[in-house]
Design a protein around this ligand. Structure first.
Ligand SMILES: Nc1ncnc2c1ncn2[C@@H]1O[C@H](COP(=O)(O)OP(=O)(O)OP(=O)(O)O)[C@@H](O)[C@H]1O
Ligand SMILES: [Mg+2]
Length: 241
């Protein structure tokens, strides 16, 4: 059975694109047929993280009604990727409300579809919530990120969208206590209280993530043994349960 997850946050820059691309690659490495869709129509970065060369036909053209979805799918690191385009014209002609239908048309061909959402609370960030079976709220330990995600959680409730869990990114596992209790540190319990949802896992603050982006590679490919890569693999495994 196929499953569609949208990775979202209230606050920007918390690591959605990094997590979406890398979780997708991990699912591919586990033998799952996976598609990652870049629904950040204005500022999409999935193509960069996945190391795709220039892509001329993208989700912009699909949502603009110019091409069929299949034409905007590329393969990289063992999975399929539908990037967003770099052009302002393409962005302006893309209708985010068509995303749900596009995903519905593709879902049969995949075990997993992961959608990278833009931050904020507007028609562009809400359309990916409607297209998902489950929403994953990505936060950092920063209280402003958690509070912004809490707002989005409330909106998801109103939209009757299912929130499947939270992911805490950029966690500094310095104390032995944190290392011992991993996903259930005091900090995670606090996130669970605020977001009223289970924390599926934590991803370490890891310099390998930035290095990988600079090389236009997913970190799980660039440094598979780094702390962030190990955490991302564990999270991907959890998504398949
Ligand atoms: N676990 C991590 N360790 C270190 N750096 C990280 C980690 N996760 C993300 N980053 C860095 O944080 C920055 C933002 O990441 P990313 O682009 O994935 O966030 P985003 O939530 O998609 O942003 P936006 O809201 O703008 O779409 C990038 O420079 C990335 O390399
Ligand atoms: Mg992003």
């Amino acid at each position: 059975m196929s499953k569609v997850y949208t990775i979202t946050s209230g606050k920007g820059g918390v690591g959605k694109t990094t997590a979406t691309a890398n979780l997708g690659v991990c699912l591919g490495q586990m033998g799952k047929k996976t598609l990652v869709i870049d629904a950040d129509l204005a500022m999409g970065g999935i193509a960069t993280v996945m190391g795709l060369a220039e892509t001329y036909v993208t989700l912009h053209e699909v949502l603009g009604g110019k091409v069929n979805a299949e034409k905007a799918i590329y393969s990289a690191h063992g999975i399929d990727v539908m990037p967003s385009g770099p052009s302002i014209g393409g962005f302006l002609s893309a209708d985010p409300n068509k995303l749900e239908d596009v995903v519905e048309g593709l879902v049969k061909g995949y075990d997993y579809i992961l959608i990278d959402a833009p931050p904020g609370l507007n028609k562009y960030s809400l359309a990916p919530l409607r297209a998902a079976d489950e929403i994953l709220l990505l936060v950092t330990p920063d209280p402003t990120a958690v509070e912004a995600a809490a707002k989005l959680r409330t909106v998801a409730e109103v939209m009757e969208a299912k929130v499947g869990g939270a992911i805490v990114n950029r966690v500094k596992r310095t104390s032995l206590l944190n290392r011992l209790f991993g996903g259930k540190s005091a900090r995670n319990v606090n996130v669970e209280e605020k977001l009223k949802v289970q924390v599926l896992g934590a991803i370490d603050e890891d310099p390998a993530v930035g290095e990988a982006v600079r090389l236009r590679k997913p970190v799980v490919v660039h440094k598979p043994k780094s702390p962030a890569s190990r955490a991302l693999r564990g999270l991907a495994a959890k998504l398949t349960l």
